[in-house]
Design a protein around this ligand. Structure first.
Ligand code: ADP
Length: 241
């Protein structure tokens, strides 16, 4: 569904963030990019929705080059969740969730029922929460809203950049569990960035380990744990032998 063909990114200051990346992300899979800080994960993610331009190579979504998509069509079809909770503080939860559906000109009834359905999906009672402002919710609750807002207009793809790393460990674990449950019912294609191998192993159907802008290994959690390709992977997994 998402294909990288020899994709490279060099920033204007000469930094090469990603080198000749080849990657196939399948429809409906939970795909995790993991690696140390500066390994090129965020750059890889942001190239998918054209927040960062590609220097060389091609990215295709459903066999169509991303450069051939209308930028609005592309962005509406790709939900995006960031580490920093990016809800609009002056808007209610309902208004925050409804942003993209409104841009897509869904009718009011459809939007209202979508908002209620999404809140129920993340176990937040719509009656209690939809008229609140973000500041009246906890960090974990706000990030749940961040996730459902990204899903509001039913995108095919969900990009998540360290979405839970600002949360305390307990909220973080809860959100990971929620996201896994949610994924079982919605079956989106998720590309998830983290520097935390334990998080990657817990969430990913497949995991791509990156280092210095290159792929070290792609595989299922089982592949990585039982057949690490080199010492870097072993070390990253916390194995010493
Ligand atoms: P990660 O997400 O794995 O931490 P990034 O994709 O953010 O890695 O960064 C990869 C490399 O590209 C790093 O060396 C980083 O400093 C560099 N980089 C990221 N954004 C820019 C930018 N806008 N300009 C120049 N260099 C950048």
């Amino acid at each position: 569904m998402i294909r990288f063909e020899n994709v490279s990114k060099q920033f204007d200051d000469g930094t090469v963030a990603v080198k000749s990346l080849n990657l196939n992300i399948h429809k409906g899979e939970f795909f995790v990019l993991v690696g140390p800080s500066g390994s090129g994960k965020t750059t890889t993610l942001k190239m998918i929705n054209r927040l960062i331009g590609i220097s060389d190579g091609t990215i295709l979504i459903n066999d169509k080059k991303i450069s051939d998509y209308d930028i609005h069509e592309l962005r509406w079809n790709i939900g995006y969740v960031l580490q920093q909770i990016a809800l609009f503080p002056h808007m209610t939860i309902q208004e925050n969730i409804a942003i993209v559906p409104e841009m897509k000109k869904w009718n009011k009834e459809k939007i209202a029922s979508r908002v209620d359905g999404l809140l129920e999906m993340v176990r937040l009672d719509p009656k209690t929460y939809k008229h609140r402002k973000p500041s009246e919710l906890s960090g974990g609750q706000q990030q749940r809203i961040g996730v459902v807002r990204a899903l509001a207009a039913d995108p095919e793809i969900l990009l998540m950049d360290e979405p839970f790393s600002a949360l305390d460990p307990i909220s973080r674990e809860k959100l990971q569990d929620d996201l896994l449950k949610l994924q079982k019912s919605i079956k989106k294609t998720i590309v998830f960035v983290t520097h935390d191998m334990q998080e990657a192993l817990k969430l990913g159907d497949r995991i791509c380990i990156m280092k210095d802008g290159e792929i070290v290994q792609v595989g299922t959690p089982n592949d990585l744990v039982h057949h690490p390709v080199n010492d870097f992977v072993k070390k990253f997994l916390g194995r010493t032998e």
